[in-house]
Design a protein around this ligand. Sequence first.
Ligand code: ATP
Ligand code: MG
Length: 324
Amino acid sequence: MVSDLLEINDLRVHFPVKKGLFQRPKQYVKALNGVDLNVRQGETLGIVGESGCGKSTLARSIMGLEEPTSGEILFNGKDYMNADAKDIHHMRRDVQMIFQDPYTSLNPRMKAGESIAAPLKAYKETDRVEKRVRELLELVGLDPDTDYHKLPHEFSGGQRQRIGIARALALEPKLIICDEPVSALDVSVQAQVLNLLQDLQKKLGLTYVFIAHDLSVINHIADRVAVMYLGKVMEKVDAGSFQSQALHPYSRALLSAVPVPDPSEERRLDRIVLNGELPSPADLPSGCVFHTRCPLATERCRTEVPVLEEKHNPNQKVACFHTG
Ligand SMILES: Nc1ncnc2c1ncn2[C@@H]1O[C@H](COP(=O)(O)OP(=O)(O)OP(=O)(O)O)[C@@H](O)[C@H]1O
Ligand SMILES: [Mg+2]
């Protein structure tokens, strides 16, 4: 049995909307509103969902950059949120992040080598820093001799992302949260960076949470997929079954939006076209948050909140009253 490296229970992050400086907030943006997730040691969990559904807020909460309103984040079985400062300091080095745009996440005046060395220095690992940085440059396919002293603008987008990856690896983390790491790159470069991430995973035994809009990217890299909608996980399923066996009407709507490569190939799932706009997370629909756009919605969906339940097999969980 593979154990969970990360477990998230009923996680909520509500941002207060303040009208005036001294007024008490009357409204909250419910960016996360009861997220349940588990990430197994060594796997890649893909996270998909429309813009604004809370993916980056989830990433930031796992990183400790966002304070949850309620819920639980367990890392290696330890409660992240109620740990003391020393434990948090240790846990933080085990969880690192790779961002979408390596240009804005790298200091433009810092040489590549210095950027990669920064986390080592922050953790007072000042022994043989240069040697370690050179190893990291090599590990991500950069040249330790020539690239060490270059500034971010002297690199291509793909190379800059490699620097971001090297920096994330510096402290030998166990878990890496990748928030749209290839979305800003050309398609040809995307594949190279994805392959690098996969190689590193094998070599270093890493676990990834991988956020992406692009379902073909998720298809390429994920072992399991979690589908998010308005601050909740609607479905969890093995990546291999996602395309053909996703059950939640929202998952199916996401899949329907992707063109089939061969038009003569019949879709195994009925097309579901989403009606209307994403509701505001400051004014969430009652019951199932998806009911306002769901073709299957009934009265029950307007009043009752569906929970994630096992469907078909132990690896598929769906939060919907209308999937068998
Ligand atoms: N600090 C904040 N204060 C108020 N609202 C916020 C804050 N951060 C995020 N939000 C809101 O929370 C919701 C979720 O945002 P988030 O960035 O997590 O979405 P996302 O799924 O990552 O979107 P995208 O795919 O566009 O990156 C959005 O409505 C966003 O406007
Ligand atoms: Mg985001």
